[in-house]
Ligand binder design. Structure first.
Ligand code: ZN
Length: 614
């Protein structure tokens, strides 16, 4: 039994505890198969412990023709430590590790299958304790993460940090993969009054993979550092709600990763295979749609209508025509997500350049492919982009030798349309349809860097990502209520000189990113009087200033007209169009977890005992 040959005994007997009569029978069962793949399924967690304990059941030692069972106490401890790892991949605790059924107490005479392992760990802990004890660090594996590993890693991270973290799916990709978000905040799963929400999105282009990895590292880092007591991380998580979508395009990633694998054969000369991958497929989703061209083009509407006096440039509705075109399920899922939470700021991580670009991405003159096309929030966007670029190790350097196009003159930031113009981008949509300000971060020249670059890239970007997240606490926030203290949802907060309003969220709270200075702010709502305040935002301010508004009711509401943004919007109708005809295979995939294929395709009797809720 190859997977059990590191046990510290060499004699076993059959039938074993599970009733297998021969070694062959034991080896061809689903229990042994599980032990052979468990390391990969749990991504190395609880390894080799599970395997050794499993082997001790499958092949117990014997003495004088008498079988010795493994100890119940070892099994109980294992179950306590590792149960959450199974939970995370939605796998039931294996029946043959039932501590009451197949294990024995010390009094009955048992053996500890982990005794050798524990000895080794004690020795290495002693050796480790000599190393810089004042700097507890997070152990992150700086390798590429497959889709299956990513899902498992996110769930395990959330399980490990369940008091501050939570995973949820915003939908599925074209090929049915989950678009899984991990959230960090001190009260996961709900919005807290005045707590700003931010999002980080990676891998929108499936072949631009560095952002995806950095976000996975960030999730692990936030979890571990919070537990270790890192004050900065605790403050960030306690005051912010952070949503991380590491991969918006897992189908594209699958394709890109498989091509890179094909290109990197073991011969040393081929090791540079990743350099070819500027050409790698997988940029688009599985329907060949470029997701960053697939959002509703509200920027054209803005350019057409901005001169009319009553045109509101916030929350521009989606034109009906958009829904007649091809809307990718990934785009749809993200649009719904963007609308469902009061995001204040966001970053979308890409690759291929080293620069931060900010809206508008679509040029104000259709004939000009490169034209400075600022939003009303140009100064705020610029400041936000500077925050990232300046905290990045090299992005704002003035070296001229980078990726072809050079942004050294602007020290690593640029207006999107001035770089190159395109319509249907995600950042423009965020800005014109919601309150959220989104940056596009180009992390480096290489879209699919070699694995050895992952750790250096993490070091280059870690501070930039943290500073970016912290910068959501700039500007002004507050609550809009009526004179009875009822919070007003959907009230408008205007800043003089910036023709882009923000609206209050469900609880009447709002956030307005603003640069330091004096600002005239006005709050209004339908049926209420308007209130104006003069606000001074000092230069050195590390948290958002608080400005509340109390609005008095005026007149009757009978003259209320329907605002354009209240009209029919096919968001909720769209669901049924997006459902593809699910074939028998599709249903199978829906019902069974991702790891089921390991077992169903190997010819063993199907281990239904690994399915939960069966
Ligand atoms: Zn991209």
């Amino acid at each position: 039994m190859g997977y059990c040959n590191d046990m510290d005994y060499s004699r076993t007997m059959f039938p074993n505890i599970l009733g297998h009569r021969t070694r062959l029978e034991a080896e061809s069962g689903p229990e042994y198969l599980l032990l052979s793949v468990i390391h990969g399924l749990l991504n190395g967690e609880c390894s080799p412990d599970i395997r050794l304990v499993g082997c001790s059941v499958l092949a117990s030692p014997c003495q004088n023709d008498k079988m010795i069972k493994p100890c119940r106490s070892t099994c109980d401890a294992l179950r306590k430590d590792c149960f959450h790892a199974f939970e995370a991949i939605e796998m039931a605790w294996p029946y043959f590790l039932d501590c009451d059924r197949f294990f024995a107490s010390e009094e009955e005479g048992c053996f500890d299958p982990l005794v050798k392992l524990k000895g080794i760990r004690r020795t290495s802990e002693l050796a480790m304790s000599g190393l810089s004890p004042e700097e507890p660090s997070t152990i992150i594996q700086f390798t590429y993460t497959s889709n299956a590993q990513m899902y498992s890693l996110l769930k395990r991270t959330a399980a490990k940090c369940s008091h501050i973290s939570h995973v949820y799916s915003i939908g599925r990709s074209t090929e049915g993969r989950d678009l899984l978000v991990i959230e960090f905040t001190n009260n996961p799963g709900q919005h807290e009054l005045l707590e700003p929400e931010i999002k980080l999105v990676g891998n929108m282009h499936g072949n631009e993979v560095l952002g995806r990895q950095l976000l996975l590292y960030m999730a692990q880092y936030l979890c571990s550092e919070y537990i270790l007591g890192n004050h900065r991380i605790q403050t960030l998580i306690n005051t912010t709600r952070i949503h991380i979508l590491a991969s918006m395009n897992p189908d594209g990633y699958e394709l890109a990763a498989s091509e890179v694998e094909d290109n990197s054969h073991p011969e040393p000369s081929q090791q540079e295979g990743h350099l070819l991958n500027g050409w790698t497929n997988g940029r688009t989703n599985a329907q060949n749609i470029d997701l960053n061209r697939n959002f509703p083009d509200l920027t054209s509407i803005f350019y057409r209508s901005r001169r009319s006096r009553h045109f509101r440039i916030d929350h521009i509705p989606i034109p009906d025509a958009y829904w007649f075109g091809k809307v990718a399920p990934e785009t749809y899922a993200v649009m719904k997500w963007i609308r469902s939470l009061p995001f204040v700021q966001s970053a979308s991580l890409h690759g291929g350049e080293l620069v931060v670009s900010y809206p508008f991405d679509f040029s104000k003159d259709v004939h000009e492919e490169r034209m400075f096309s600022p939003t009303p929030d140009e100064q705020v966007f610029k400041q936000l982009a500077r925050t990232y670029a300046d905290s990045h190790a090299t992005m704002s350097n003035n070296d001229t030798d980078r990726c072809g196009a050079s942004f050294y003159r602007t020290r690593g930031i640029i207006n999107g349309a001035l770089w190159y113009s395109f319509a249907g981008g995600m950042s423009d949509f965020n800005y014109l349809h919601t309150n959220c300000l989104e940056l596009t971060v180009e992390l480096g020249c290489d879209k699919f860097p070699s694995e050895s670059e992952l750790y250096p890239e993490w070091k280059r970007n870690k501070e930039a990502l943290l500073s970016f997240m912290e910068s959501v606490h700039r500007g002004i926030k507050g609550v809009v209520t009526d004179t009875d203290g009822n919070r007003i949802k959907g009230a408008t907060v205007t800043v003089r000189g910036i023709r882009k309003d923000v609206t209050t969220a469900e609880d009447g709270d709002y956030w307005r990113l603003l640069n330091p200075g004096t600002h005239i702010m006005t709050a209004t709502a339908k049926g209420y009087s308007r209130v104006t305040k003069r606000v001074h935002l000092p230069y050195r301010m590390n948290k958002a200033g608080r400005v509340d508004f109390v609005l008095a009711k005026v007149g009757s509401l009978s003259s209320l007209s329907l605002d354009t943004w209240d009209r029919f919007d096919p968001y909720n109708q769209f669901e049924r169009y997006s459902e593809p005809g699910i074939g028998a295979g599709g249903i199978e995939r829906e019902e069974k977890p991702w790891w089921w294929n390991y077992f169903s395709q190997s010819g063993v009797s199907p281990p239904n005992w690994l399915l939960r809720n069966v």
